[in-house]
Design a protein around this ligand. Structure first.
Ligand code: ADP
Ligand code: GN1
Ligand code: MG
Length: 360
């Protein structure tokens, strides 16, 4: 790896003898991330997962255009464009990424901040949510039709359901018999999972530019103040629904425990986290949400937990080809966790709706 990396970095004008402290970094489930230093400045090198992102050029064009658009707004508002938005470092001949026979790689400026996998206290989520909300606001007038659709149907829950049916049918990894209960639950939800997809189709839910992967660790926080600074992981920025971003954020941050905790007794809606995130989010976007979107906010969390659960289950049935796993049952543990969470969200639907009504 080291030699390959040094070869890539030469394309950026970084000589092998200048590159220091090259090491793996972060804990995303899709890309491989490395940090290194040159002349005291920190950078990230990322190997773009081209099994997942089949067209790195289209993806990097989105990335470059969206960050340029954000930077202009941030500068206008008196912010720091290199801290509040990602910065692509270009190669010596002006390219956004490097293609090698081992895959596609990009370099970004490292932002000196932290990302967390769980909130230490609910109040942290107010600022995280406002950072996601602000990101959506800044992109509200972005020309959505110029965006390349990186992963078609990314949050099309009905299509995800079809993929699960195919995986059940094919039983590639021979694991179907172990997951009867999970399959039964997944199938039982069939009639309810079209709410957002159908709403987009019939026009009752507006199509907007969204992030589509609003995990807590995809926002950077200031080390001292723990305030949200910057939304990262822009690979999936595409037209979508605000409900995907809100729902996915609370799928992750509203769960009382990690998304891969095998101890299901710890998996339930942490209502304080839900309340804090919802307050922060609504403070940023309340004025632009439609009535139907507001109505579906609580359900969107259940929907995203369900969708992520069937994606983990599908990957388990397919023999773990999509998500990074660290042990054989990892995807199954994740699927069970998400399904337990979805059921708990269902039980809390009225309580969440009451809370939102109180704010609006
Ligand atoms: P993945 O798709 O694998 O989740 P990410 O783009 O989210 O990849 O990067 C993985 C991790 O690297 C993030 O969770 C974050 O901790 C860190 N990271 C990514 N970009 C930056 C950046 N520009 N500055 C600082 N840390 C970053
Ligand atoms: C992946 O890339 P990362 O780790 O932020 C996945 C999300 C899932 C998430 C589950 C491109 O997110 O959709 O919700 O794992 N990203 C992609 O942890 O599939
Ligand atoms: Mg990430």
């Amino acid at each position: 790896m080291e030699t390959l990396v040094l070869d890539i970095l030469r394309e950026y004008g970084f000589n092998a003898n200048e590159v220091q402290h090259l090491a793996s970094f972060g804990d995303g489930l899709i890309n491989r991330t490395y940090r290194f230093f040159v002349k005291g400045r920190a950078y990230l090198l990322q190997k773009i997962n081209t099994d997942v992102f089949k067209n790195p050029e289209g993806l990097m064009n989105n990335f470059a255009d969206v960050t340029a658009f954000l930077k202009e707004k941030i500068a206008k508002n008196g912010g720091d464009p290199e801290r509040e938005a990602l910065t692509i470092v270009k190669t010596l001949d002006g390219k956004n990424f490097v293609e090698t026979r081992y895959g596609a790689f990009r370099v970004m400026l490292f932002i000196d901040a932290i990302s967390i996998n769980a909130a230490e206290e609910p109040e942290q989520l107010v600022s995280v949510a406002a950072t996601f909300g602000k990101f959506q606001n800044m992109l509200a007038d972005y020309p959505a039709d110029t965006l390349f659709e990186v992963i078609p149907d990314f949050h099309n829950t009905k299509k995800r359901f079809e993929h699960l049916l195919t995986a059940i049918e094919n039983n590639v990894a021979g694991r179907r018999d172990e997951v009867g209960a999970e399959i039964e639950y997944a199938l039982s939800m069939r009639e309810r999972i079209g709410a957002v997809v159908d709403g987009i189709q019939d026009g009752s839910i507006p199509l907007r530019v969204t992030h589509n992967d609003t995990k807590l660790n995809n926002v950077l926080l200031d080390k001292q103040t723990l305030q949200g600074i910057c939304v990262i992981d822009l690979d999936t920025v595409m037209p979508g629904s605000y409900l995907y971003d809100y729902g996915d954020a609370l799928r992750f941050a509203g769960n009382n425990t990690a998304e891969d905790d095998p101890d299901l007794s710890k998996v339930y809606l942490n209502f304080d986290n839900f309340a804090a995130f919802t307050r922060g989010y609504l403070s940023a976007v309340k004025s632009v949400l439609s009535e139907r979107e507001i109505e579906l906010l609580p359900f969107s969390i259940e929907l995203m937990a369900y969708e992520c659960g069937i994606r983990f289950l599908t990957d388990y049935l397919n023999g773990d080809t999509y998500f990074k796993t660290t042990y054989p049952e990892h995807n199954l543990v994740r699927a069970r966790n998400q399904f337990k969470y979805a059921r708990d969200l269902e039980a809390n639907m009225d309580k969440m709706n009451e809370y939102i009504k109180g704010i609006i």
